[in-house]
Design a protein around this ligand. Structure first.
Ligand SMILES: Nc1nc2c(ncn2[C@@H]2O[C@H](COP(=O)(O)OP(=O)(O)OP(=O)(O)O)[C@@H](O)[C@H]2O)c(=O)[nH]1
Length: 338
């Protein structure tokens, strides 16, 4: 994590990777391990109900949430404003980390650091770090996208300076090799760091001076042009945010069936829930069919114990998901203030 002291620009790491690949897991490592750097974090989440604020571990670092749109398109202006505000007090941190949504194209985010004069002179894009889910990435790379839309999983690997090949515990050695070949087929020179629960050496991802604009321009001469890109609009999110007390048995039964039947199209599900009989939050995590839940941090004093749940995927039926979730609440608790 050594940095060239002759360059006083603040290093910026863009952390990207498809939905559920392990970005927040890596972010939590970065926020909790001793590395001597003070890092300001900007986090962008897909979907109308934010969950990640409850999943990022309490740390001394400041975390700025951007939940009202996608960082690579609609809220790029907000990103520039947040970065500008941060630069006014740049003595209070050593580096900036931006966690994108799982559906972001990292290219427009990277462009931000070259097209805006103030940012260009004060910030230095250190690396685009892409987290890859070794078990699920191939199906997303192979996904047939509607005409004119881009495959975000491919873009995220194409622009990566480092790939954290995460979740190697879920695949065997042959599959790992096949995924590595696939990654190198998209981005031949990229360094791949195999990992479980994103346990990479942080020195391999922070302060690495790996982003090389000249190399990108050689491959993509239009990189700095503000080209329009189109997301696959068939992938949407459904957010649920309601009071009530969850019956965990009903919840598990419902989610088991739902993810078992719809897990191909349901890319990501996550929630922070108010369970009966405990003062701890219940954290639910699902990536396709794999899911688990565990008790997390206690509810804060005076905090409203809302249930927040997000589903992201294709062909989601909001009305059905809401109705089935409500059926997991203990009778007469729905809508009751906690
Ligand atoms: N088995 C296994 N699970 C992992 C590993 N890394 C992360 N997970 C789990 O995968 C799920 C998603 O991890 P996150 O870190 O939230 O992924 P993310 O990329 O931030 O997800 P989004 O922000 O929703 O796109 C969580 O349940 C993690 O505990 C790993 O190496 N192996």
């Amino acid at each position: 994590m050594s940095d060239d002291t002759s360059d006083s620009r603040v290093p910026v790491t863009v952390l990207t990777g498809f939905l559920g690949s392990g970005k927040t897991t890596l972010l939590n490592r970065i926020l909790t391990e001793q590395h001597g750097m003070r890092i300001a974090v900007i986090e962008n989440e897909f979907g109308e109900v934010g969950i990640d604020d409850g999943l990022v571990l309490d740390a001394e670092e400041e975390v700025f949430e951007m939940n009202n749109g996608c960082i690579c398109c609609t809220v790029r202006g907000d990103l520039i404003r947040i970065l500008g505000a941060l630069l006014k007090r740049k003595d209070s941190f050593d580096a900036i980390l931006i966690e994108t949504t799982g559906l972001a194209d990292p290219a427009p985010v990277a462009q931000t650091f070259f097209v805006d004069d103030t940012l260009r002179t004060q910030l230095r894009l250190d690396a685009i770090v892409t987290v890859v889910d070794a078990k699920h990435i191939v199906q997303h790379l192979d996904d047939h996208k509607p005409e004119g839309t881009e495959n975000e999983a491919v873009e995220q690997i194409a622009f990566a300076d480092r790939v954290v090949l995460n979740k190697t515990d879920l695949v065997d050695a042959t599959e790992i090799e096949a995924v590595q070949r696939r990654i190198h087929g998209i981005n031949s020179g990229v360094r791949i760091l195999p990992a479980q629960h994103a346990n990479v050496d942080l020195g391999d991802v922070l302060g690495v001076r790996a982003f090389d604009l000249d190399k990108i321009l050689a491959d993509e001469p239009e990189f700095l042009d503000d080209t329009e890109h189109q997301h696959d609009l068939t992938v949407t999110s459904v957010g649920i945010d309601i009071d009530g007390v969850v019956d965990v048995e009903k919840l598990n039964e419902w989610l088991g069936v739902l993810l078992g039947e719809r897990g191909t199209d349901l890319f990501r599900s996550k929630g922070i829930l108010n369970l009966a009989g405990t003062d701890q939050r219940y954290v639910f995590q699902g990536v396709h069919m794999l899911h688990d839940g565990e008790l997390g941090a206690p509810w804060r004093e005076g905090e409203s114990r809302r249930n927040r749940m997000v589903f992201i995927g294709r062909n989601l039926d909001r009305e059905q998901l809401e109705r089935e979730f409500r059926a997991c609440l203990e009778p007469a608790t729905e809508g009751a203030p906690a």
